[in-house]
Design a protein around this ligand. Structure first.
Ligand SMILES: [Zn+2]
Length: 264
């Protein structure tokens, strides 16, 4: 190898390193922004008069469930504050025919199993993002950003590539006493796959789509996958499992009866 080609190689490596640095910086910045409380939080709080009366959920006792996250010093799940409703917005582009009906059916499934209340805040033009901030005052004002539900494509949201029909993300915030709580999140559905499934009536396509959205909303409120085929939180959609199983219901009832946080 001549000195000249070695020098060329060194120069090339530096250019690649600079490129990585340039790409890496904005990502790191966004991540950092999300964990600065003074910038990251709305000032509004829920007053006692606005608190929800929690319904009583009767759930089976079945250990076939798992939580996405547990609290730092206990096995209690990280959950939404059950004393306030979960607001959500929908980006309607790409939705299948009757998409809102499908969505509302799935939301009712989760609400019935948890007691959590959901409030439809209408439509949005916000695009899904893996680094979605919980607080977006320019978009949603001085409050936690509502949950974003959207129909998307693998081109827009890379996680939908391949057989993945839906993806859900949420990032908890830390409360005054060091506990974690969910305040927002996103559910991103593959537009083409859901549209396609709805045409497959012999395969119960409509039921599979509702089950898929319900599964994703299960993640949103804090349920993780389990390996039991009888639970809707099994990682793969199945043509025979359309509703929550007894393990799912046990976990969901726990997720709907967590602590209320005045300071959020
Ligand atoms: Zn899943």
């Amino acid at each position: 190898m001549s000195i000249t080609s070695a020098q060329r190689r060194t120069a090339l490596q530096i250019r690649i390193a600079l490129l990585v640095l340039a790409i890496g910086l904005p990502l790191g910045y966004v991540t950092l922004q999300r964990f600065v409380p003074s910038v990251d939080r709305p000032s509004a709080t829920v007053t006692a008069g606005q608190r929800l009366i929690l319904p009583s959920i009767t759930a089976p006792t079945d250990s076939n469930y798992a939580f996405v996250r547990t609290q730092p010093n206990s096995a209690e799940p990280v959950a939404f504050d059950p004393c306030r409703p979960i607001h959500y917005v929908v980006r309607p582009g790409g939705a299948p025919p009757g998409g809102m009906d499908l969505l509302h059916t799935a939301i009712n499934n989760v609400s019935a199993a948890t007691g959590l209340q959901f409030v439809d805040d209408g439509v949005t033009d916000e695009a899904p993002s893996e680094l979605r901030p919980n607080y977006q005052p320019d978009h949603y004002g001085d409050r936690w950003a509502p949950v974003l539900i959207s129909w998307s494509t693998p081109e827009e949201y890379g996680g939908l590539a391949g057989q993945v029909i839906g993806l859900t993300g949420s990032e908890p915030v830390t409360t005054d006493d060091g506990q974690l709580a969910l305040v927002s999140g996103h559910v991103t559905l593959d537009a083409e796959q859901t549209n396609d499934l709805l045409t497959k009536t012999l395969l119960n396509g409509r039921s599979v789509v509702i089950a898929t959205i319900t599964h994703e909303l299960g993640h949103l409120v804090g349920l993780a996958h389990v390996n039991d085929l009888n639970q809707l939180m099994y990682p793969t959609a199945r043509p025979t499992t359309f509703t929550f199983g007894s393990g799912d219901l046990t976990g969901l009832a726990a997720l709907g009866s967590g602590r209320c946080f005045d300071e959020l």
